[in-house]
Design a protein around this ligand. Structure first.
Ligand SMILES: Cc1ncc(COP(=O)(O)O)c(C=O)c1O
Length: 385
């Protein structure tokens, strides 16, 4: 085992052509937002069926600007999920609004849309679902809720590039759809993000907001009529994105193959080990609509003598990296101080304590998947009650 290289839970795939293209931008004399950004935004717009697209420095800035474009601020409420990267609710707080957390569906691990209506108030302005591991929520239900209660929909599709709903790419339908291109994502620009709009005026507003609120008028004229920030994406990042976008279908195929292999090997190993009574929860087995951003299991902690941290430590000792995506946001000190209680969303509380992300990235091999599955099942067997 000592000679086997460590398997991280994720690793970005940048080929030589991408590395060469970065070199060209660096040598070109124009390195910040410029022609490559315009080319990347145009390629993304084609990818999303011709909708307006603007890029930003990261997914967090993208979501912040989505909220600003939707006019959400002080006194407003936004309905979201406690099982996400904390960026989701931090940006809601950041614009002065209040995140309202709804419990998750234990199978999809996404916001349970059936629980949304009960928390809508006169202050509710938007709903912000998160597509955990790339799996979308039921878009028909989402948009019918939004219509019924007159809410904006800001999709936190940070993890969902390449996923679809009834065959339509996430981003090609809907209201405001936010993606992240951070290092771990299926399409990475190292750091970055993009927002897909349903309305060109909103795209133009977002473009102003990402660069100090400035509008240019003629060769030397300039005006500032809204308060913007510094959230632009550089040409160095954009050129990486252009290459990644071309490779996205092949990355996707590889991820789906590896996910399929996880289902087969984990089930087989559990059977061989005589652990069929152990409730190791696998992801929803959907090979066409998700982009397989992550492969996450939920550990049967009530049937084990150890906690998740111990399982992760033992996997690490065997050369396997894992991750936690995510503990419930409502359990963080800041959120507790704001009055949230993790026990208010009991499914999120349980899953947040027991979810485990196994390695999944295009450079992983089927042999790796077999080794990871065997190792995990051996640990479960050792600690089963
Ligand atoms: C669900 C979710 N939301 C928001 C973000 C924020 O994106 P970024 O890290 O690019 O700011 C991420 C990325 O890490 C994410 O996974």
């Amino acid at each position: 085992m000592a000679d086997t290289p460590f398997i991280p839970f994720t690793r970005p795939s940048f080929d030589q052509a991408t590395i060469d293209a970065v070199g060209e931008v660096l040598r070109s004399g124009w390195v910040t937002s410029g022609p490559k950004l315009a080319e990347f935004e145009s390629a993304l717009s084609d990818y999303f069926g011709g909708r307006p697209v603007r890029c930003f420095a990261n997914g967090t800035a993208t979501m912040k600007i989505a909220l600003q474009v939707a006019g959400i601020g002080e006194g407003d409420e936004v309905i979201t999920t406690p099982i996400s990267w904390v960026a989701t609710s931090n940006v809601i707080l950041g614009v002065g609004a209040k995140p309202v957390f709804v419990d998750i569906d234990p199978i999809t691990r996404n916001l349970d849309l059936a629980k949304v209506a009960a928390v809508v108030t006169s202050k509710t302005r938007a709903i912000m679902p998160v597509y955990l591991a790339g799996l979308p929520v039921n878009m028909d239900e989402l948009h019918s809720l939004a219509k019924q209660y007159k809410l904006r929909v800001i999709e936190d599709a940070a993890q969902a590039i390449g996923s679809t709903w009834k065959g339509h790419k996430i981003g090609s339908i809907g209201d405001l759809v936010s993606f992240s291109f951070q290092a771990n994502k299926n399409l990475s620009t190292v750091e970055g993000g993009c927002l897909v709009f349903n309305n060109l005026d909103e795209a133009k507003l977002a473009e102003k907001l990402r660069l100090q609120g400035v509008t240019r008028q003629g060769m030397d004229g300039m005006d500032v009529d809204v308060l913007g920030g510094k959230d632009n994406l550089t040409d160095v990042n954009a050129v990486i994105g252009l290459h990644q976008l071309k490779q996205l279908p092949q990355f996707q195929t590889k991820r789906a193959e590896l996910a399929r292999h996880y289902f087969a090997t984990l089930r087989q190993e559990m059977k061989t080990a005589g652990l069929e009574s152990l409730n190791l929860e696998l992801p929803p087995e959907n090979f066409t609509e998700t982009n397989w951003h992550m492969f996450q299991v939920v550990l049967p902690l009530n049937q084990l003598h150890v906690d998740r941290a111990q399982v992760m430590t033992e996997l690490k000792e065997m050369g396997i990296g894992t991750g936690v995506h995510y503990p419930a946001i409502t359990g963080f000190s800041l959120y507790k101080k704001l009055g949230y209680q993790v026990s208010a969303t009991p499914i999120a509380e349980r899953i947040g304590k027991s979810i485990l992300t196994l390695p999944l990235f295009p450079g992983l091999t089927q042999v790796n998947v077999e080794f990871i599955s065997k190792s995990l099942v051996a640990i479960l067997k050792k600690h089963a009650k």
